[in-house]
Design a protein around this ligand. Structure first.
Ligand SMILES: [Zn+2]
Ligand SMILES: [Zn+2]
Length: 334
């Protein structure tokens, strides 16, 4: 009497249940790094996942862990698939039992001495899977400059998941964003520290935070230039820490220099800021004659300590951004 059930069980044996995964409104699907100490969640564009990504290897945008393409389901998707697979198998079995019961009941005649009937509770069960829902949209959408795969993350990303390429421009933009965030949070830090420590200590900490923004910016720019220059060769050690030397190197490679991308005023200020970084790193911020000659900054006398203002940081970020995009455009055309 359980023919349909037996048939269904035979059908289910070794069968796979496929559960669709939805894309978000922008056509991205969720992925998650399988490395246990990372588990970074990101999104990849579905078209690119099919056309650009390779089965053999996918890279984590954050930690560059490498694993075959079938290992990047999110924990949430895996849980959903398990629940759905179970629901479908259960549904199919229930439906088979229901159909067996129906046949059994039909076979009973009214005149029998004892009448038996079988009831299976509940309606017909669904035998299709509900797709795994996409997580909400991610803010930062990136397209790899090398393989053109599109992906999206929250926070920051350093590597393309489709080809593992470390994007120099992406890292640079990211560093500048971080410096901005640091500068913008100084007021909050000052207030918090004034409450918990003394006003003096709060002031000291905030000043040093602001000063680190300058060296962060210079280092980020140096790394960016080194990365972008790689296609032309290797620049001398620390060359891009020095504005003039860096400018000459670019001029030779691109026939364009910093004055093509910055106004004279911006260039003058940037020169001062690069010298401020130098004096902070090598002379604890105390002005010497070399500083005055090299920066052209006559607002200080020898022996004074330089001051870094929030305006300085704004100017630094703005100029570095302009130089960055100028260099990129020129390199792309070279
Ligand atoms: Zn990772
Ligand atoms: Zn790529």
């Amino acid at each position: 009497m359980f023919e349909d059930l037996i048939k269904e069980m035979n059908r289910l044996n070794g069968q796979s249940v496929s559960v669709p995964i939805e894309t978000d409104e922008k056509g991205y699907i969720d992925k998650q790094c399988p490395a246990e100490d990372c588990e970074f969640i990101f999104k990849v564009h579905e078209e690119d996942w099919t056309n650009i990504f390779k089965d053999e290897a996918v890279w984590c945008p954050l930690c560059r862990h490498e694993a075959p393409a079938d290992q990047w389901f999110t924990i949430e998707q895996v849980e959903h698939v398990k629940t759905e697979a179970l629901a479908i198998v259960k549904g199919k079995i229930d439906n088979a039992i229901r159909s067996d019961a129906q046949k059994f009941n039909q076979r009973q005649t009214r005149n029998s001495f004892i009448s038996m009937s079988m009831t299976v509770k509940g309606g017909i069960n669904r035998t299709f899977a509900i797709p795994a829902k996409a997580a909400e949209l991610m803010r930062l959408e990136i397209q790899c400059e090398k393989c053109h795969a599109r992906f999206a993350v929250i926070g920051s990303a350093y590597f393309c998941p489709a080809c593992g390429h470390n994007s120099v421009t992406q890292t640079f933009a990211d560093s500048l964003r971080k410096i901005k965030a640091k500068k913008d949070s100084i007021e909050i830090v000052r207030n918090a520290l004034t409450e918990s420590m003394s006003k003096d200590e709060a002031e000291l900490t905030c000043r040093s935070l602001l000063e680190t923004c300058i060296s962060d910016g210079v280092v980020a720019f140096q790394k960016y230039c080194e990365g972008m220059y790689a296609r032309f060769g290797t620049a001398p050690f620390n060359a891009f820490q020095r504005l003039e030397q860096g400018n000459n190197i670019w001029f030779e490679a691109l026939q364009k220099g910093y004055s093509d991308w910055l106004t004279n005023d911006e260039l003058v200020e940037l020169k001062i800021l690069f010298q401020k970084r130098h004096i902070l790193a090598h002379n604890e911020g105390i002005v010497d004659s070399q500083y005055i000659t090299k920066s052209g900054d006559i607002s200080y006398k020898e022996g004074q300590r330089i001051v870094v203002s929030e305006k300085n940081i704004d100017a630094l970020i703005s100029s570095l951004e302009k130089l960055g995009s100028g260099i990129k455009a020129a390199c792309d055309n070279a």
